[in-house]
Design a protein around this ligand. Structure first.
Ligand code: AMP
Length: 502
């Protein structure tokens, strides 16, 4: 099958040739002809399969006829994160190089004014995160009645992030006669329901089992004690062992607080590392990502949502600093390496308390993951269980929390969270206790607080946009690990982070 068999316009085909693609990927071959005919498409595909071009190429072809009107975009693409939205915009630049398309990006973290100017000029393509789109709509700057093509990308991640009510609302604001192109890596019941509600006789194109990991990835489990410094030492050892073959790596953590901690620890140990999480402002995220793509950064510490769908070709290693709680995240994380037939390696650091998550992952991927250097039976039992009692004793209680608050913590803990301030305090202060002097520790705390408050300003600035919008009946899970925030979350006062002698 060639691109020229799909029905794309000559100008689009020429851009595809310039991109260097010799033939369409399965999702492209399956979706493009139907999309060009104006049919609804349900594409079940992960990132890395070429799914972005599967909707961008037919869209550009169809946009050749007609022109945009002020405040009435002709097409709309919904993305769960700003990075994904920006990546889709890059795709329009690449494949639309022979067209004069007005593309507007509506994402949080950047000013409303510039975005409004673009809307005013008339957008052929509007790429948006749901929150910021609705904000513009509510300000009266946007009419959705001219949208002919709606793309909903990464629908299962939208679900994870609590965006489904927003998506439903947006779907209802767009004419019933539109074409809808809908993409999701997995099809949980909520997503199936959404497709039944909003797609009309869709053509279903499924390219790979969502639960499968590429055979080009060597997967290993690595035993560790459960303390943060145990895990960090295991990670450092692994990175050093892999030195020769390690071109670049993404290191995944379950929570953004761990992303910050681990990032600082790696830098302290002279690793060339950067971090990507939801508290960073938009510009910092994009710079970090660009540096990683350009090879200026070797290690990128990231949380799931921050890294979801990022188009970073040729990552040689994935390290799971934490075993993912949702087993599907494992598949997505591992999918960052071993792409396009290249070989890749993944290492998942596991503690005794992770066994139920590992079981779930192995069940999902239908295979057992080998242990790198012996399994957890050689890890002393005390190493895995001594976190529990400390949960009741650490800094939070000294702060005199009310019972209700502690109960709240416990409730959230059931959903997979870890203790908040106490563990965080340890992570900052107790890393190889031997090499952390008191003043250095204080400095780290100060730097930490400064970084956090800076990050918070950035985040507050965008609260009304992108992922977090106040006042709507959105389910609890909004931005990446927000639902896992416990206790003071990122606002832990500095005095609570000073090491406690027990
Ligand atoms: P996506 O799944 O859209 O994130 O695409 C993953 C990567 O595949 C991107 O780097 C694209 O540039 C690349 N890609 C898309 N289509 C093709 C194709 N037909 N042949 C080779 N690479 C492609």
């Amino acid at each position: 099958m060639h691109f020229s068999d799909l029905g794309l316009s000559p100008k689009v085909l020429s851009a595809v040739t310039d991109a260097g693609y010799s033939q369409p990927t399965p999702i492209q071959a399956g979706a493009i002809p139907h999309a060009l005919q104006g049919k609804d498409v349900l594409g079940i595909a992960q990132t890395g399969t070429g799914k972005t071009a599967a909707f961008v190429l037919p869209m550009i072809t169809r946009l050749e006829k007609g022109r945009a009107r002020a405040r009435m975009p002709r097409t709309l693409i919904l993305e769960p994160t700003r990075e994904l939205a920006a990546q889709v915009e890059e795709n329009f630049t690449r494949y639309g190089k022979n067209h004069k398309l007005n593309v507007a990006l509506l994402i949080g973290g950047v000013s409303f004014d510039d975005q409004e100017r673009k809307l005013e000029r008339g957008a052929d393509v509007l790429i948006a995160t749901p929150g910021r789109l609705l904000d513009h709509f509510e300000r009266g700057k946007l009419l959705l009645t001219g949208v002919d093509i709606l793309v909903i990308d990464e629908a299962d991640r939208m679900l994870d992030m609590g965006f489904i009510p927003d998506i439903e609302r947006i779907c209802k604001l767009i004419p019933f006669t539109r074409q809808t192109l809908f993409f999701s890596a997995t099809m949980p019941p909520e997503i199936t329901k959404l497709t039944e509600q909003f797609l009309h006789a869709p053509v279903r194109v499924e390219v790979a089992r969502a639960a499968s990991t590429a055979s080009t990835v060597t997967q290993r489990l690595v035993k560790s004690g459960s303390k943060p410094w145990d895990k960090r030492e295991v990670l450092r050892k692994l990175i050093r062992e892999e030195e020769d073959g390690l071109k670049n790596a993404i290191i995944f953590c379950n929570r953004k607080v761990e992303v910050s901690e681990l990032f600082r620890s790696l830098v302290k140990h002279d690793f060339n590392a950067g971090a990507l999480h939801g508290d960073m402002d938009q510009r910092a995220r994009m710079t970090m990502l660009a540096n990683f793509r350009d090879g200026k950064l070797k290690l990128l510490v990231a949380s799931d949502v921050a890294a979801r769908g990022l188009d970073i070709p040729d990552v040689s290693h994935v390290f799971n600093y934490d075993v993912p709680i949702h087993s599907e995240d494992y598949v997505h994380r591992i999918g960052r390496t071993g792409r396009a037939g290249r070989s890749g390696k993944s290492f998942t650091i596991a503690t005794k308390s992770d066994t139920k998550y590992i079981d779930a992952i192995e069940k999902l991927i239908g295979q057992q993951i080998e242990w790198h250097d012996g399994d957890l039976s050689t890890v002393p039992a005390s190493d895995s269980e001594d976190d529990a009692p400390r949960r009741g004793r650490g800094a939070p209680r000294r702060a005199g929390r009310k019972d209700g608050e502690r109960d709240g913590r416990r409730e959230r803990g059931k959903r997979g969270s870890k203790p908040a301030a106490a563990e965080e305090a340890e992570a900052v202060s107790a890393e190889p206790a031997a090499d952390a002097g008191r003043s250095e520790r204080k400095q780290a705390i100060r730097a930490d607080n400064a970084e956090r408050s800076a990050g918070h300003k950035g985040e507050r600035g965008q609260k009304s946009g992108d992922t977090d919008r106040p006042g709507r009946n959105r389910p609890a899970r909004r931005d990446e690990d927000d639902d896992k925030t416990v206790g003071f979350g990122d606002d832990v006062p500095a005095f609570m982070k000073i090491a406690v002698k027990v």
